[in-house]
Ligand binder design. Structure first.
Ligand SMILES: Nc1ncnc2c1ncn2[C@@H]1O[C@H](COP(=O)(O)OP(=O)(O)OP(=O)(O)O)[C@@H](O)[C@H]1O
Ligand SMILES: [Mg+2]
Length: 223
């Protein structure tokens, strides 16, 4: 049997509230296989971003465990966690999260330089395919939402992650640009055998990927 590259076991996330704790989901299980792509859908507020942050090791679950590439993530040392995040994973955030004090090009190259997978040919191709050649010297605050989103996609792909987490990566793009970018993203993930977990509200986008996961009422259903 093939060991999943990412394994979520009995995951619970609760938040303290004025009238007691509020549980977003509990006993949630999910296995992602190497090189496969997964679309996650669900209503606004269902907990998709929270689950993606938990799956990527950014946020600690209230209960349960996450295994990334065979390592029980929250049992690792601080340094091991950092190495696993920077070397093997990348995230395209719903709110972009570009580094404000460096240019678009420096943002794109940032993680690839940190994890020593810097490949100038790949970066040039990404810049060309995403149509962001003319904005490389700009700082994030001077870019539109769609431009920031394309820079953040380039940054994640330039890092050549083993697992890519993408939170509505084309939410700020028009439909035709979104189609082009999603096709590019899924082709590159296939080429590099990257596992992709992508949140989207679009069933059309979801249809490009291998599996559909629906988060609803605290349960994750595989379709
Ligand atoms: N740190 C927090 N403290 C309290 N509640 C939180 C916290 N983070 C998230 N929530 C709540 O958890 C719920 C799920 O939020 P989340 O952002 O994961 O939803 P989502 O499915 O990504 O929604 P959207 O499609 O709108 O992006 C929301 O009701 C939100 O208010
Ligand atoms: Mg969200």
């Amino acid at each position: 049997m093939v060991e999943p590259i990412l394994k979520l076991k009995k995951i619970e996330k609760s938040f303290p509230g004025k009238s007691g704790a509020f549980t977003l989901f509990s006993d949630l299980e999910c296995d992602l296989l190497h090189g496969k792509s997964y679309a996650m859908t669900g209503e606004s507020g269902a907990g998709k971003s929270t689950l993606l942050h938990i799956a990527s090791g950014l946020e600690k679950p209230t209960k349960g465990s996450i295994s990334i590439m065979g390592s029980d993530f929250w049992s690792l040392s601080k340094e091991q966690k950092y190495n696993l995040r920077v070397n093997e994973t990348a995230i395209i955030f719903q709110q972009m999260n570009l580094i404000p004090c460096i240019t678009a090009r420096e943002n794109i190259e940032f993680q690839a330089r940190l994890n020593q997978k810097f490949d100038s040919k790949l970066i040039d191709n990404l810049i060309g395919d995403l149509g962001i050649k003319d904005i490389l010297k700009e700082f994030p605050e001077n870019l539109s939402g769609g431009e920031q989103q394309r820079v953040s996609i380039a940054r994640a792909l330039a890092a050549r992650p083993t697992i890519l987490f993408a939170d509505e990566p084309t939410g700020s793009l028009d439909e035709s640009n979104s189609d082009i970018v999603i096709e590019m993203l899924s082709n590159l993930c296939k080429e590099y055998k990257t596992t992709l977990l992508l949140i989207t509200h679009s069933l059309k986008i979801a249809s490009h990927l291998d599996f559909l996961l629906e988060l609803s009422h605290g349960k994750l259903n595989k379709k």
